[in-house]
Design a protein around this ligand. Structure first.
Ligand SMILES: [Fe+2]
Ligand SMILES: [Fe+2]
Length: 155
């Protein structure tokens, strides 16, 4: 029982990240098809808004619940968590700029494409560092599965 629960957390973090990468790819595909048409249809824009909302929600949940819970059990993770929080701030700024572009009808699909590719690069590096640096800690992390959405967001 405990073993299953412990194993689930590091796996669950990876699963959440893979779902977020899929949401980004959906948004990227929507922008690419808009590039050909020189405009983005509202239903394609929805993929972009959905991606922004789930990624932002995931990071807010990590900041407010997951990181504090981890630090209570493993205070030695402080430097790692500080770096991860900083990366969240960088991504939040990129997401905010991207959302401003989405809301501005003058934005070209090319501009959106460039912005989402920048987000993709930073996000992938962040996920890689987060998974790698927390993998061992998460195997020993003790928290009920019912805390999952609170810790990782509704992804
Ligand atoms: Fe994160
Ligand atoms: Fe994460």
């Amino acid at each position: 029982m405990l073993r299953n629960r412990v194993l689930a957390w590091h796996r669950e973090l990876r699963n959440v990240h893979r779902r977020l990468e899929k949401a980004l790819e959906d948004a990227l595909r929507a922008i690419r098809s808009g590039e050909r048409a020189q405009a983005l249809k509202p239903e394609l824009l929805d993929f972009c808004y959905t991606f922004c909302s789930v990624l932002g929600g995931h990071h807010r949940s990590e900041d407010s619940d997951f990181f504090p819970a981890l630090l209570r059990q493993m205070p030695e993770l402080e430097p790692t968590i500080t770096r991860l929080r900083h990366e969240h701030e960088v991504l939040a700024r990129l997401l905010a700029d991207f959302q401003l572009s989405l809301d501005d009808p003058r934005t070209t699909p090319q501009r959106l494409f460039q912005q989402i590719n920048d987000i993709k690069a930073v996000m992938k590096a962040h996920f890689g560092y987060e998974e790698g640096s927390l993998n061992r800690a998460l195997r020993g992390f003790d928290a009920p599965r019912s805390d999952r959405d609170r810790m990782f967001g509704d992804v």
